[in-house]
Every structure is written in C-alpha cells, then in structure tokens.
Design a protein around this ligand. Structure first.
Ligand SMILES: C[S@@+](CC[C@H](N)C(=O)[O-])C[C@H]1O[C@@H](n2cnc3c(N)ncnc32)[C@H](O)[C@@H]1O
Length: 305
C-alpha cells in the first residue's frame, strides 16, 4: 500500500459538494483508478459489489454502513470521545469568556455515524449553551446517526450537508479520521475553508503517522473488523496518515489567521502507545488562555504559531 492510493470509500460515493446530489459511480471509472495504482485487493472488494455499468447505490450504502459501524469499534477502543473532550472542555471555557454569541456551535466535519458527537452529547456535559452538529455527505450514514440519536434521546443533530456552507458559523470545527482523506491542494483548502468560515478553533484528530501505524492498524483490523472495505481502508488510512509537520505546514500556509500546533504530535520511540494525534488550530487571542486552561496536559501540545 502507498500513501498516494485512494481509499475505496472515497471512490464509491460521489456527491456534488454544492447541490449534494449523488452522482452514479461507473464501475469502469473505479476500475481504471484501481488498475492505475495496482490495487489488486481493492479491485476484489469492488468486484463483489453488485451492479453492471453503475455500482448499485443501495449495495454501496450497505458496504459503507457496515464499514462505519465497524469503524465505531476503533473510535470506542481509542476513546475518541474522551480524547476530544480533554481539549474541548478547556476550549469551551475560554470561548465562554471571549464570545458573546450563544449557543457555541461545534461542528463535526465528516461525522459518519456520529460516534464522537453522540458520545459528547451523552457523556460530555458540555453545557446547555453548546450546540453539537454532525455533517456528512452520505445520507445513509446520517439517517442512521439521527436514528441512534433519537433512540438514545440525545441533544445533538446530524445533517447531510457540506460542513463548509452552513447558514450559521461554527465556533469550533472538529473531525476524527478525516484529515488524511485530504491531500495536497485539498488539504490546504480544507484549512482555508474553516478559517474563512470564521471558526475560532479547530480540533482534528487522526492517526499518528509512524512506522508502527500500518502494522498496528492491520492487527486491529484483523482482530476487530470483518467487512473487506473496512479492513482495506483501515490499513491504507494508517499508510496515508499525515506527519505532524505536513498538517501544520498546510494549516499555517492556508488557514490564517488561526495559529496551529499538534497535541500528542511529539516523536515517540514506542509510537504504538500514542496512536492518534490532534491538530489544534486557534484564534491567536485564544492561544495563551487555552494553553493555560490545559493545565498539566499543556506539555502534550507543541508551540502554537
Ligand atoms: C472517514 S469518513 C468519516 C469517519 C468518521 N468521522 C468516524 O470517525 O467514524 C469521512 C467522511 O467525510 C465526509 N466529508 C468529507 N468532506 C466533507 C464536508 N466538506 N462536509 C461534510 N462531510 C464531508 C465524507 O462524506 C465521508 O463520509
């Protein structure tokens, strides 16, 4: 596997980011990409999806739903809710002093089944002045996220929409497992759109790039995942994970006026113990109060510049 290989989940769903219309996905077009990169395992996964010239959209939804359901195991085991909460709590306290607008809006970009948003709504105790919104292009994932929210009686919302074209600004953008999907110019645009949208803070949690990440991911996926696409994309995600320096350079080049650093981004001799890291972006006026609100954890955040 190589970092320039595309993930199958990105090839199988094609949604217009402006109109949100789902476009048909031609089998020949997908196969041409897989062939170009020599992705033989990926080809077998796609061959198993029904549909002649066009991949059957219901079958694709089934594969993506099962894969994201399995992906929640990873979010659960790696405590993604707790992980973001330890940064969100101090951040919200700082925002409460600096922002007059209420509610404080937190938007999860590419929320999938919304594990993190639902976890924060269930256990985060973020306060009544906080709004939690998960956004994704995939209607099947959002339908299930919304259904689970209703079943659990949670105070959060999910929407099929482009997270960058919301009618009201997000104070905080966050994501989990999304950053590595954006590469090159798209990564720069990802940060540019959030800064232009007037966000005060960004928290983007993703796999920490290291020699151990692909091996660790392979072991985890063999043990805990059964859906072929989930296994394929899970290991490829670890290969595609951005090194901290790449994330920060793209953010600083395109995402001003915010300042940036990485939480848990420091090199470690045993990277298996720190398998995720979080890119932190902050309005410059929040940097000093946020670092001080982090308390002991501030040692885990690099310099914000
Ligand atoms: C890897 S998946 C999400 C994983 C999910 N965060 C989790 O942890 O389970 C990436 C998702 O990002 C969504 N996405 C990408 N760009 C987006 C945007 N601008 N607005 C909303 N969703 C977006 C895609 O539709 C896709 O479902």
């Amino acid at each position: 596997m190589r970092a320039d290989w595309p993930e199958l989940s990105d090839l199988l769903l094609d949604v217009d980011p402006e109109t949100l219309a789902r476009r048909p996905v031609k089998r020949a077009a997908v196969n041409a990409v897989l062939e170009k990169h020599g992705m033989r395992v990926g080809r077998r996964v796609v061959d198993a999806i029904p549909g002649a010239d066009v991949l059957d959209p219901d079958a694709v939804d089934g594969v993506l739903l099962r894969s994201h359901t399995e992906l929640q195991r990873l979010s659960f085991e790696f405590q993604n809710g707790v992980r973001l909460l330890q940064l969100l709590r101090p951040l919200l306290n700082v925002l409460r002093s600096s922002e007059t607008e209420r509610p404080l809006r937190i938007v999860d970009i590419g929320c999938g089944l919304g594990f993190v948003v639902r976890w924060l709504a269930a256990y985060g105790e973020l306060g009544d002045d906080v709004e939690l919104l998960g956004c994704d292009f995939n209607p099947a994932l959002i339908r299930l996220a919304q259904k689970l929210t209703e079943e659990e009686g949670l105070r959060c919302q999910f929407r099929v929409t482009n997270a960058f074209t919301l009618e009201r600004r997000a104070h905080v953008f966050l994501s989990t497992g999304v950053l590595h999907h954006f590469r090159g110019d798209d990564l720069g645009r990802f940060f540019q759109r959030q800064a232009q949208a007037g966000a005060k803070a960004l928290l983007h949690c993703d796999i920490k790039a290291s020699w151990a990440a692909p091996l660790g991911s392979w072991i985890f996926h063999q043990a805990r995942m059964r859906e072929p696409l989930a296994r394929h994309d899970g290991v490829l995600s670890a290969v595609r994970a951005h090194p901290a320096a790449v994330m920060v350079a793209a953010a600083r080049a395109h995402g001003r006026p915010l300042v940036y650093s990485v939480f848990d981004g420091a090199w470690s001799p045993l990277p298996i113990l720190r398998s995720l890291n979080t890119l932190v972006g902050l309005d410059p006026s929040l940097a000093e109060p946020f670092v001080s609100a982090l308390g002991k954890s501030k040692a885990r955040l690099g310099a914000l510049t």
